[in-house]
Design a protein around this ligand. Structure first.
Ligand SMILES: [Zn+2]
Length: 198
């Protein structure tokens, strides 16, 4: 008889440890139960479906415009550690500073804080029978990922993002403008100048 309480305790501990983690995890909404903020930007980016399809590749379009999810550990930005800024793949709005990125082990780029609280909108997401909080870009509405309340200090939040929803701009390479023409004139260097004969 005296073993029974101990066995019950072991069962209880095992049940407590069996919760999983990851982007598919069900958590309470970390942003309390207030209605999602409706931030009215004056610089909204609105494009037609055809324009988004032309701008994005297949998986980028599926994730950002159709709320898809990239396979875990597939993203090119997952292991970036250098200083810089993560921006929206669709509209280039700065979303996260690289200093807030942390290794979550989930297989998706994870951050504990947006670069600006107005950059990302929280949207209740009850799909698949879970109560989650979706994150979208406040400027163009791109689906970015979800936010959970099991992140590290100082916020305790884990912004679980799709790599294909983001671009990485290394520090010091902030784009001067939206020129996507691509072919910049090569800057003449001191070496090439001295090679000019006479
Ligand atoms: Zn955007």
């Amino acid at each position: 008889m005296k073993f029974l309480p101990l066995r019950l305790m072991i069962v209880a501990v095992c049940l407590a440890l069996s919760t999983s983690s990851g982007c598919a995890q069900s958590t309470n909404k970390p942003t309390a139960n207030a209605a999602p903020p409706k931030l009215e930007r004056t610089d909204k980016v609105v494009k037609t479906d055809a324009q988004w399809r032309a701008q994005l590749n297949e998986i980028e379009y599926n994730v950002t415009r159709q709320k898809g999810t990239e396979p875990a550990f597939s993203g090119k930005l997952l292991n970036i550690k250098e200083a810089g800024t993560f921006t929206c793949k669709c509209c280039d709005l700065p979303l996260f500073d690289a200093s807030t990125k942390f290794r979550s082990g989930t297989g998706w780029p994870s951050f504990y804080k947006p670069i600006d609280e107005k950059a990302i909108l929280d949207v209740p997401d009850n799909s698949y029978g879970w109560s989650r909080t979706e994150n979208v870009c406040s400027r163009c509405g791109a689906h970015l990922g979800h936010v959970f309340n099991d992140g590290p200090a100082p916020t305790g939040l884990r912004y679980c993002m799709n790599s294909v929803s983001l671009k990485f701009v290394p520090k010091g390479k902030a784009k001067a403008n939206d020129s996507s023409a691509g072919s910049e004139d090569p800057e003449p260097t001191a070496e090439s100048a001295t090679e000019i004969q006479k």
